[in-house]
Structures are given as C-alpha cells and as structure tokens.
Design a protein around this ligand. Structure first.
Ligand code: FCB
Length: 450
C-alpha cells in the first residue's frame, strides 16, 4: 500500500455556515436576516424549507464540536451571523450574540481546533436589505463596522479570518438570477452588488488587522471550471466569457487587475451597465486589492459551455456524464487546473480549499450505518487533485470539507445532504457516515492511501 502524504502541517478541517446549521432565529436578541425573510416567502425554497431549526446547532454546538474532535480536525471553518451581533445591521451591538461565538471559540481552542471565522456567509440583516442591500454602497461600510466589532471581541483568539464567502453568490445568484436571497433579478443591481461585496472585503481588512494582531486575512471565492464544448473559436470565446463572468470578475480585482476589460465591454454592450462603472469610486480598486494572506477556494464542479446567440455569450451544454444530487458534474481535473492557474497567473501567498464536497442523499441502512461510498470516491479524487497541485508547487496549505454535517442547503432546503455526518431532522440525531471515518483516517495519516 502506498500512502500519498500531504506536507507536514497541512491543515485538515470541515466547514459550516451559521444560517445553514444554527436555527434559533429569534433567540438572545438575534435580528432578522434576508434568509429568514426569503425562506418564509412562499415558493422561494424547495418544500418551503427554512432555517428556523436546521441542525439546532445553536443548542447542540458542544455535541457538534465532539464530532470535530472525533474527526481529528485541525481546524473548523464556521460563520458568524451578522444579525446576532448587530440586529439592525449597524449601531446597537448585541452582547449575547458576541458571547455565543466567544464561547465557541474558547471551546474550539480547548479542543486544540483552530477557528477559521467567516464574517459573511449570506445572512444580511434585513434592515440593510431595506436600505438597498448589497446594491447600496452603505452596506459595504456597514460590513466594515461589523467586522471591527467582531474582531474586537474575538480577535485576541481568532487569527484566521475570511471576510466574504463567495461574492459571485452574494451578487449574481442573489441579485441577477434571484435564486438566493433577496431574490432580485437585475443585472445592473447584481454588478453594483458585486462591487460592494468586494469593497466590503477591502474595507473590512484593516478593521480586522487593527483588532486581531498577527491575523491571517483572506476572502473566499467560488470557482467553476469553464470548459469549451468544442475546439471551435466560438466555443472557446464562450468559455472565456463564462470564466470572466464567474471567476475573473471577482479574482482579478482582488489581485490588483481591476475588472476584466472584456467583461466590462460585454456588460456595457448588453446594456447591463447603464451608468457604466459609476459605482466604482476613486480609490476603491486599491482598497479591494489590499494584500491578503491567503485565498480561500471553493470548488465543486465545471460548466461546459458553447457559443451563445451573439459573440461573447455562452450557453451551458449538458453532457451525459455522472452527476451528483445537485446536478453538478464531478470534475476533479478542474480543481487541479484551477490551482495551477491561480499559482502561475496570480501572485498568491497561500491557498486554502475552504469548501469542497458533494451532496448524495444516502441515509442509514438496516445496519444504521450510512454507506456513502460515492462521497468517499468524490473526496478521494479531489484530494488527489490537491496532492498533485502541491507536488507541482502550489502553496495549498489546507482543506476544509463541505460540510461537517447535513444542513439547510439554501434554495434546495433539506433535499440535499453534503454532510460527513447524517442529520435526522426529526430527532436531531447525528450519525457519522462512512466518509466521516474515511476522512478521519486521511487526517490521521496526513494523506491518501491506495
Ligand atoms: C457553496 C456555499 C455553501 C454550500 C455549498 C454547497 O456555494 O458556500 O454554503 O451551500 O455551496
């Protein structure tokens, strides 16, 4: 048997986010978020699912931390619910909210688990949404204030910070396609939102550093590999446009390149930017490009694209390939290529995979165990891709599996299960799946085994 080792000190972890697991939306002074409002609006989530209870992690977090210990995790990535800290988005601080997370941080450190804190994983306070949400510049300023409040309370113990999770989802999925809260459908709002989410990241960074000496600060972007349906120049152009829309629009500004000019031209041509880039104020691009300590990469799948109706447009092509429960194609090669590209084309000090994982509905069998062998296969292939990338020189220093446990999968409600741990939502019983034990062994030996 061969063991493919990861570098010494590689960080192994699991990830969650507040709204997806906590429940307790009204407890201890928490304000309302856009996901409370959206999920309670008929027709917005599958089966009308809400995060009202979710995994009841608000009351069961100590039990859940026991799972992290059993997994052998070095680190845990979780998010802070902004409306628990500032119920109205700005102004009055809710001490009970800070205390809740402060206790968690202490408990993690006691267990020898390093907290990786995400400040925004999509639960915007509704008061800010009422004032324009992410399409309003003031939301970026409010985020920086909120980041300062949290860093002041936790920054003595938390040394790894992720500002914004997936600005593509914060803007495009939420303001253009409308699949996520607040469910708007406007290109111009979405493009303004993308800028304000990136600006929020840049404005928050100095706030975090001020209150958390020696902190490592980064942003998490989600990437979808963009693959042309054929070698034709038109399909290759389409793949470049999809890459621009999904990946480069966010990556380039963070690394000092500004918004990609081909995409600005395409958006202008399509009439999506009626006032041009008027939301960009002098100095913004420097704020967004302030040096970070790491890039968080979320990777799940690829999109195969063909030329659309006019030049620069693309349309997805659905190949007859195996897909996960989400309908996403399994494409580990995309992760390998992405990591190499990030390394060779951008000046990155460090990379973490902050999310990678898969949804399959496997549940307990007659032996009460969960034999999620397809998840093991998915994880093995993606970890092998990571390993190859490291061997090629990519400074990949950690990997967080999405997710520690099954949870509220946004618009898809409870009809998707990404967890290493199965959650029975009627009893709240947790059952570690076979992949949990497999991942535990990977962590223990710091590597894959044939
Ligand atoms: C990512 C999200 C995460 C989860 C996974 C499946 O886009 O960050 O919360 O929903 O997808």
């Amino acid at each position: 048997m061969t063991i493919t080792s990861f570098p010494a000190g590689f960080i192994w972890g699991a990830a969650t986010s507040a709204y997806q697991i906590e429940g307790a939306p009204r407890e201890d002074g928490r304000g309302e978020s856009i996901w409370d409002r959206f999920s309670h609006t008929p027709g917005k989530t599958q089966g009308g699912a809400t995060g009202d209870v979710a995994c009841d992690h608000y009351h069961r977090w100590e039990e859940d931390f026991g799972l992290l210990t059993a997994m052998g995790a070095d680190a845990y990535r979780f998010s802070i619910a902004w409306p628990r800290i500032l119920p109205n988005g700005r102004g009055q601080v809710n001490q009970a909210g800070l205390d809740f997370y402060s206790r968690q941080v202490d408990a993690l450190l006691d267990r020898g688990i390093t907290p990786y804190v995400t400040l925004y994983h999509w639960d915007l306070p509704v008061a800010l949404d009422d004032a324009g949400g992410w399409s309003a510049r003031a939301t970026a300023e409010a985020f920086a204030e909120y980041a300062g409040v949290v860093a002041q309370a936790l920054g003595d113990r938390v040394k790894h910070w992720i500002t914004i999770n997936e600005p593509w989802c914060v803007s495009m999925l939420s303001y253009q396609s409308g699949e996520h809260a607040p469910g708007h459908q406007s290109w111009s709002e979405a493009l303004a939102a993308s800028h304000h989410a990136l600006l929020a990241h840049g404005l928050a960074e100095p706030e975090i550093r001020r209150h958390s000496p020696g902190a490592q600060v980064g942003i998490t972007l989600n990437f979808t590999a963009s693959v042309p349906a054929s070698d034709s120049p038109a399909d290759r152009d389409a793949a470049r446009a999809f890459d621009g829309y999904f990946n480069r629009w966010f990556l380039d500004p963070v690394y000092g390149r500004g918004y990609p000019s081909d995409m600005v031209a395409a958006y202008m041509g399509a009439g999506f930017l009626p006032d041009g880039l008027s939301f960009v104020q002098p100095g913004d691009m420097d704020i967004i490009a302030a040096p970070t300590d790491f890039l968080g990469v979320n990777y799940y799948t690829r999109e195969v694209v063909a030329a659309g109706a006019s030049p620069g447009e693309w349309q997805p092509v659905r190949l007859d390939t195996p897909r996960t429960e989400m309908g996403w194609e399994i494409y580990p090669e995309g992760l390998y290529k992405l990591l190499l590209r990030l390394y060779s084309a951008y000046d990155l000090p460090k990379i973490y995979i902050t999310e990678n994982g898969v949804s399959y509905m496997d549940g307990p069998g007659t032996d009460r165990k969960v034999h999620d062998l397809r998840r093991i296969d998915y994880l093995r292939q993606h970890l092998a891709a990571c390993q190859r990338a490291i061997a090629a020189g990519v400074p990949l220093v950690g990997y967080f599996q999405w997710s520690l446990m099954d949870n509220f999968e946004w618009g898809r409600g409870y009809a998707q299960r990404f967890g290493a741990v199965y959650v029975n939502y009627e009893t709240q019983k947790r059952t570690p799946k076979d992949s949990f034990f497999w991942y535990r062994d990977v962590i223990a030996r710091n590597g894959l085994q044939d």
